[in-house]
Every structure is written in structure tokens, then in C-alpha cells.
Design a protein around this ligand. Structure first.
Ligand SMILES: [Cu+2]
Length: 235
């Protein structure tokens, strides 16, 4: 009996050790800053020539290149070839709002082959017109009248992975981007260019950084636990 008890105890110790290893040594986060190599552009206010009552309430700036403290916002960071991982709820139920005649967020990440929810908080007519580009997804061109607060866009528009541009035929300044992805290891840089991707298994990977104005840059990363990765883009 005594021996049986002891081996149970040993088994319990082993279980704890292997759990600790799985938690720390075999997966970690990749985080860092996407820096801009040039001089930060001055924020440009766009002219609003339609639905001024709603769209002119707040100033609309050209957010195609947002730099703060030397870091670039709205850059898409993807780790290629990493296995496993879990899609966040935000990626499985991706939502874009049309509020003040801009898309919020400007860049959205979604799991490929799920629906995109498009809200209309403006109570005016918008029109969701996608430009699939290299992703070769089906083009969507859907009117969203003022009474249609919530539009669930079919999965077929975002079935293939890649970057889809979103525009509005009513308001020509409206520009958004949807990143359809089959891997959950994707993040968008926020204020000051900061990003973080969680749960990446240890290993060597290619990282792709895409920005609507600055193009694509690839680099290598060796992930071992929590790993730092800074990149500089632009020129
Ligand atoms: Cu619009």
C-alpha cells in the first residue's frame, strides 16, 4: 500500500512538470514594434462632400499611414507555417462598424470562411463594395440602407485567405481592409506600432508584415517562449 501511494505521488509530480513545460518552453508570444523609417507624415484632414450632417460631425483624417512615436499603426503581422493555435472570438465573429463615415477598425482580421458583420451606426445609406485583389475572393457590392443596422456578409466573400479592400460607393473617402486568414497567428499593430501574437509554438518561421501604403516585408523569427520582434518598414 505504501509503495502504491508513493508511485501515485511521483506520477503527480511528473504531471506537474510536463504541464509547466508545455506552458512555458514550447509556446510563447511574439511581440514588438513596427517602426517607420521615414519622417512621420502630417495628419491630413479629408474633405467631406456628402451627407455633411453625419459625416462632417467629426473631422475625417487620411489614416492610410498613421505614425505615432515612430511606430506604424494598422500594419498586419502574420507568422507563416506555425501549427495549431486558436482563433479568438474577435476573429471568428469579426465586426466592422461604419460610424461617422469611416470604418472602425480600419483593418480587421477574420478567420477565412466566416461571416463578416458590418454595422451601420450612421443612419444613412452606405454601400459595402469589396475589392478582393490578389485574394481572388468574390466581389461584394451590397447596399446598406439607414434602417439596416447590421449586415451579415456571406462567407463566400472571405473564403480564401488574403487581403480584401473595402470601399463605399456613396462616400469615396471610406477605405477599410479585411484580412482573411487560415492561421490565427496574425495581429494588427496598434498605437505606436505595437503588436502581440499569443500562443505561438516554438520554432523558426517567416513573418510577413503588410501595410496598405508601405507594402510587404518578410523576415525570419526564431520563437522560443516569449520572443521580441521589432521591424522597420517604409522608406
Ligand atoms: Cu458610406
Amino acid at each position: 500500500m505504501r509503495i502504491g501511494h508513493l508511485s501515485l505521488k511521483i506520477a503527480a509530480v511528473f504531471a506537474t512538470v510536463s504541464l509547466a513545460l508545455a506552458g512555458s518552453a514550447f509556446a510563447g508570444s511574439v511581440s514588438g514594434t513596427i517602426k517607420f523609417s521615414g519622417k512621420a507624415p502630417a495628419p491630413k484632414v479629408l474633405s467631406v462632400n456628402k451627407d455633411k450632417k453625419v459625416c462632417g460631425k467629426n473631422k475625417i483624417t487620411d489614416d492610410s499611414l498613421v505614425v505615432k512615436n515612430g511606430g506604424v499603426s494598422w500594419a498586419v503581422v502574420s507568422i507563416k507555417g506555425a501549427k495549431g493555435g486558436k482563433f479568438s472570438k474577435a476573429m471568428k465573429k469579426a465586426t466592422v462598424d461604419q460610424d461617422g463615415c469611416i470604418y472602425t477598425p480600419r483593418v480587421t482580421v477574420m478567420k477565412s470562411g466566416t461571416k463578416l458583420i458590418v454595422l451601420n451606426s450612421d443612419k444613412i445609406l452606405h454601400n459595402v463594395h469589396t475589392r478582393p485583389g490578389k485574394s481572388k475572393n468574390t466581389v461584394a457590392n451590397i447596399a446598406q440602407p439607414k434602417f439596416k443596422k447590421k449586415l451579415k456578409m456571406s462567407k463566400r466573400y472571405f473564403k480564401k485567405p488574403g487581403i480584401v479592400k473595402v470601399t463605399c460607393d456613396v462616400h469615396d473617402w471610406m477605405t477599410g481592409w479585411v484580412v482573411s486568414t487560415k492561421t490565427p497567428f496574425v495581429a494588427i499593430s496598434g498605437d505606436g506600432g505595437k503588436f502581440k501574437i499569443d500562443g505561438v509554438p516554438d520554432g523558426s518561421y517567416t513573418v510577413e508584415i503588410w501595410h496598405e501604403k508601405l507594402g510587404t516585408k518578410t523576415m525570419k523569427v526564431d520563437v522560443k517562449g516569449d520572443t521580441k520582434l521589432d521591424a522597420t518598414i517604409g522608406g
